[in-house]
Design a protein around this ligand. Sequence first.
Ligand SMILES: Nc1ncnc2c1ncn2[C@@H]1O[C@H](COP(=O)(O)OS(=O)(=O)O)[C@@H](OP(=O)(O)O)[C@H]1O
Length: 400
Amino acid sequence: MSVVNSCHTELTASSLVVDSYHQEDDVTNTERHHSPQMITANVGNVIVIRPSASSVHRLQHWFGLTLCATRRNNCPSPQFTWTRRTLTALLISCLAFMLFSLLYTGNQLGIGFQFSLMPWQGFGDVKQRLPQAIIVGVRKCGTRALLEFLSLHPDVCHAHGEMHFFNSESRYQLGLDWYRRQMPASRADQVTIEKTPGYFIARRAPDLIRGMNDSIKLLLIVRDPVTRIISDYTQVFTNRMKRNDSYAAFEDLVIDSRTGDVSSLYKPVWISLYYVHYMHWLAAFNRSQIHVVDGDALIQDPISELRKAESFLGLRHVLSRDNFYFNETRGFFCLRKGANSHCLHPSKGRTHPNIKPRVLHKLYRYFKPYNEKFFKISGQYFDWTEERRRKKRRSILRMI
Ligand SMILES: Nc1ncnc2c1ncn2[C@@H]1O[C@H](COP(=O)(O)OS(=O)(=O)O)[C@@H](OP(=O)(O)O)[C@H]1O
């Protein structure tokens, strides 16, 4: 399908690209078909397509051949199938669809994905660019919220799925040009962002990203590491339940039954060792290139974290409290842009299971020294204490 991405504001049509996005995280099969010549004019947000007589003739031929090939018919003259009138109707429908999509992105319509129009890529100012900023993690800390919130900014264009380009050998082998072609088309004064939380724990990712652009800006969103583990567990548990599969109890995974200590072999525990992973990023980048976002604060008061992110990305301060409203049912802030509003996907903001105080206590004690080291090297302090968790829980219970 080939329609308009909200990032495009000035457009020039000349080639047609068909993109097949099968799943949010699985971007596949990008084909490019160059259409016959079209004469185009660009008036602000309005695209005017004026097909010349000869281009109409060639389009008839082109579509006719395609149709014949699809039906495996013998078509001596494709013009029988595609009359000038059919073609004009087709072009008008395409134009209407493109203009509609310019105004309403898929996300705003609540259908879970955003369209991307690429007929004009590579022309003028608007083209697909490598990201100038990447949200590198951390998984379950609010990476999607951060990306979607930032995308309310008119100068931010974001890739939709997680690219997994720097943490998957097979994807990386596809090359930087492939990676660039997964990005939305943007103007030179816009910032292109992608998010793949898996980069944070991928050993090679910092060097590979640096190899692409050593002045890139990185966003790292973190959250109380214990809450993050519970969120991670809840995600896997929920998915298993949907498949009618059983899953071990949290305590059985997080605590080593032989020693009674926290098990660093349980992957969610390992991911929450922010200090260990962050060190690898500091080996490849200056600390000033990595902006650490407080994921807990982003939940409570998105705008204060977004202002800092805007400054870090060199963006004008455009986002305001008007862009958010608190949804009582979800218990989270949702997004508003003009007349459109939407909340994040229901898989964001799940109810967490109750964890025994004894297990929580062990986890907080285990993470304390790692957290302190992380505060020191990141230059930022976060209140990730057991006491804060208790206070937060008490205030939630009072509200119920
Ligand atoms: N506004 C808003 N709405 C809903 N959810 C929000 C929001 N802001 C932050 N969050 C938190 O985002 C958590 C999911 O994090 P990620 O998007 O990084 O998850 S993932 O790694 O991409 O799967 C998700 O974790 P869970 O609460 O465990 O589901 C949320 O707490």
